[in-house]
Design a protein around this ligand. Structure first.
Ligand SMILES: NC(=O)c1ccc[n+]([C@@H]2O[C@H](COP(=O)([O-])OP(=O)(O)OC[C@H]3O[C@@H](n4cnc5c(N)ncnc54)[C@H](OP(=O)(O)O)[C@@H]3O)[C@@H](O)[C@H]2O)c1
Length: 286
């Protein structure tokens, strides 16, 4: 049996859908922390287990009978490594044979302004390795879906306003990531493999502005302000402080070329080219 955690989230739900296209739903389980969010999953015929990364005991029960565990990184950044450690400890106790983990692909965590935000991914990988279980790591690229998150809904009118300088990103859409992860999970092998699931091309936010200009047939300008100015503007429009800090952190990471490296892994695992920027923007904004 394969169990997917984070299955009420965007990535996990999409992985489950791809997985049950390849293997019977009766061999797929999901972990949810809130059963009231699991109706759609139940309707697919998968097995629903309820627990939370913070509840070691119920996690162990939830992982009973699981051979392969896809541990999707928590969206709650408070004590994130501890949450993942709990899941790994519970998996080991429950007899899980192979852990697949969704981390991040980046140039060098030690030199990144995002170290505090993202180090838990690398701590988790090290911890999984140290347990002696079979492992596979998906180092995901930045989601294409962060573009509308960072630029806002009115970008076509206001232009691209983001302090990322000339930094580029090898974006990967969540849909492509989910399909690739399901392909690996459904197949045999992959032990000890690390996949950099990023795009085959990288784009700056000036490229994003250009693509939006082409698609809209009007000029969408690019402006990379000083971080302090960006911070002030986000505060003025009333965004919560954690969101402001997250946006500032990722802009700094992008400027630092943290997410610039392209990879052939995503295309290889998909068996096709991943979705390109133009196509993603077309779907998102038009
Ligand atoms: N590469 C990128 O650009 C990027 C961008 C954003 C996020 N991420 C990472 O990738 C992960 C998956 O992305 P996504 O888009 O699917 O995120 P998402 O939609 O926010 O889903 C996160 C999932 O994690 C679950 N979760 C959170 N805390 C948990 C806990 N304590 N115990 C058990 N489950 C818990 C959530 O459950 P509920 O539904 O109950 O909340 C949800 O199912 C995120 O969690 C984050 O770590 C990566």
């Amino acid at each position: 049996m394969i169990l997917v955690t984070g299955a009420t989230g965007h990535l996990g739900a999409a992985v489950v859908k791809h997985l049950i296209a390849q293997i019977p739903a009766s061999q797929v389980a999901v972990l949810v922390r809130n059963e009231s969010k699991a109706d759609e999953l139940k309707a697919l015929g998968v097995i629903v287990r309820v627990s939370d990364y913070r509840q070691l005991e119920s996690l162990e029960k939830a992982f009973a009978g699981v051979d392969k565990l896809l541990l999707i990184s928590s969206s709650d950044f408070n004590d994130r490594f501890q949450q993942h450690k709990n899941a790994v400890d519970a998996a080991k106790k429950a007899g899980v044979k192979h852990i697949f983990y969704t981390g991040v692909t980046m140039r060098d965590i030690e030199k990144s302004p995002l170290k505090a935000f993202l180090d838990s991914h690398f701590q988790t990988e090290d911890y999984i390795k140290a347990q002696g279980l079979a492992y596979t790591f998906f180092r995901n690229g930045l989601y294409s879906e962060v573009i509308p998150m960072f630029l806002g809904a009115t970008v076509l009118e206001t232009g691209v306003f983001f302090p990322s300088g000339e930094g580029k990103v090898a974006f990967a859409s969540r849909a492509d990531l989910a399909e690739a992860i399901a392909n690996v999970l459904a197949a045999d092998g992959h032990e000890g493999k690390i996949y950099a699931l990023a795009g085959t091309q990288s784009y700056s936010f000036a490229d994003v502005a250009n693509a939006l200009s082409q698609l809209s047939s009007k000029t969408v300008a690019f402006n990379s302000p000083e971080p302090a100015v960006f911070q002030q503007v986000l505060a003025q429009i009333g965004l919560p402080e954690p969101i402001i800090q997250m946006s500032l952190g990722f802009a700094a990471g992008i400027k630092n070329q943290d997410f610039e490296a392209t990879s052939a892994d995503l295309a290889r695992v998909l068996g096709r080219e991943p979705e390109n920027l133009q196509s993603f923007l077309q779907k998102t904004y038009f």
